[in-house]
Design a protein around this ligand. Structure first.
Ligand SMILES: Nc1ncnc2c1ncn2[C@@H]1O[C@H](COP(=O)(O)OP(=O)(O)OP(=O)(O)O)[C@@H](O)[C@H]1O
Ligand SMILES: [Mg+2]
Length: 307
């Protein structure tokens, strides 16, 4: 509804992970290079992590475009709440491997044959699992076993596990140590800096058809950065609703005041950071702190005894 008013062809701040809108920061570039390098050099197992809403799925969609251009076969699992059978079924179907059996050994045999055929044709299969922080231990174990599909020199299947930082914590659990050890490359997405937030907003507006006339004042952009802490999904929500509010009032460009109202309406105000809470438990759980305190206690004791 506001498109005509602001001279836009489409909604610039849609929250879909549309790779056409990808804004490339040095971090995004590094993460994308890590993914493409990992596949090209058949590294086997790549981890992509990042905070909620920082662009993991958008980046994966861009990576998928690259994989399709390279004509590499892919399977993309975005529903990570699957059981083992569903996981295999989804993967085989998405790779396009005909498979009418439910026996796991037969499925693995079929997959291995298919991967060897791809290997001989100079290709490699790429399995991407998004939202991997939700995978069950049983499915993670199956993924570990898939990393064993290899020739004497190279991995036959390239696996990308993407997820929120909990994924990294999950992989630190002792029972997942074996899977963690197989990770050969790590990449990350990050919140945007304030300059990047400004570039991000301008870039999305331009892709949506803006002729470059400022739609947000610099103060409005600063405030969007502060309230969003540079998280692209939150930036999108603040920008989208600022456009709607400004259109309702027939005002442009969008001012910091409009952004502030939207942030208040959506409960997105930056909260003051709470003072760090140091409980006795948290001290006891930190071995370096315990060591330092013990050293201090010994020193005090020696001073007291005038040594
Ligand atoms: N680098 C970027 N360039 C353009 N848009 C981005 C970028 N990063 C994120 N976005 C936008 O922010 C929104 C959230 O991104 P996305 O869904 O990819 O995040 P995510 O990290 O996968 O989130 P979640 O942890 O919830 O899965 C989307 O609208 C996406 O288009
Ligand atoms: Mg995502």
């Amino acid at each position: 509804m506001y498109k005509k008013f602001f001279g836009l062809r489409e909604n610039p701040f849609n929250v879909n992970p549309d790779p056409r809108y990808l804004f490339v920061t040095p971090h995004t570039e590094e993460a994308l290079s890590c993914l493409t390098y990992g596949v090209q050099s058949r590294k086997g197992f790549i981890l992509l992590t990042g905070e909620v809403g920082t662009g993991k799925t958008t980046l994966i969609n861009k990576f998928l475009e690259w994989l399709h251009r390279e004509s590499l076969p892919t399977a993309f699992i975005f529903n990570s709440r699957l059981n083992e059978d569903q996981f295999f079924e989804f993967m085989m179907t998405d790779f396009g491997i005909p498979c009418d059996t439910r026996s796991k050994s037969q499925i693995l045999l079929r997959l291995n044959q298919w991967l060897l055929e791809r290997y001989r044709a100079g290709e490699t299969g790429v399995l991407i699992i998004d939202e991997a922080q939700n995978l069950s231990p049983a499915v993670l174990e199956e993924i570990r076993l898939l990393t064993n599909l290899e020739t004497y020199t190279e991995k036959l299947l390239q696996i990308v596990l993407a997820g929120q930082p909990e994924l990294d914590h999950k992989l630190r659990q002792p029972e997942l140590r074996q899977l963690r050890q197989r990770i050969t490359l790590r990449s990350k997405t990050y919140p945007l800096t304030s300059e990047e937030t400004s570039g991000y907003i301008t870039s999305r507006l331009r892709i949506a058809g803006s002729d470059g006339q400022p739609i947000f004042t610099p103060e409005a952009i600063d405030l969007i950065h502060r309230h969003s802490r540079g998280i692209p999904r939150v930036i999108n929500v603040l920008c989208e609703h600022s456009l709607i509010n400004a259109f309702a009032d027939q005002r442009k460009p969008i001012t910091a005041e409009i952004v502030q109202t939207v942030a208040e309406d959506f409960d997105m105000l930056v909260a003051e950071a709470p003072p760090p809470q140091t409980s006795l438990n948290s001290i006891a759980e930190n071995p370096r702190l315990v060591e330092a305190l013990e050293g201090l206690a010994t020193l005090m004791d020696r001073l007291r005894r005038n040594e």
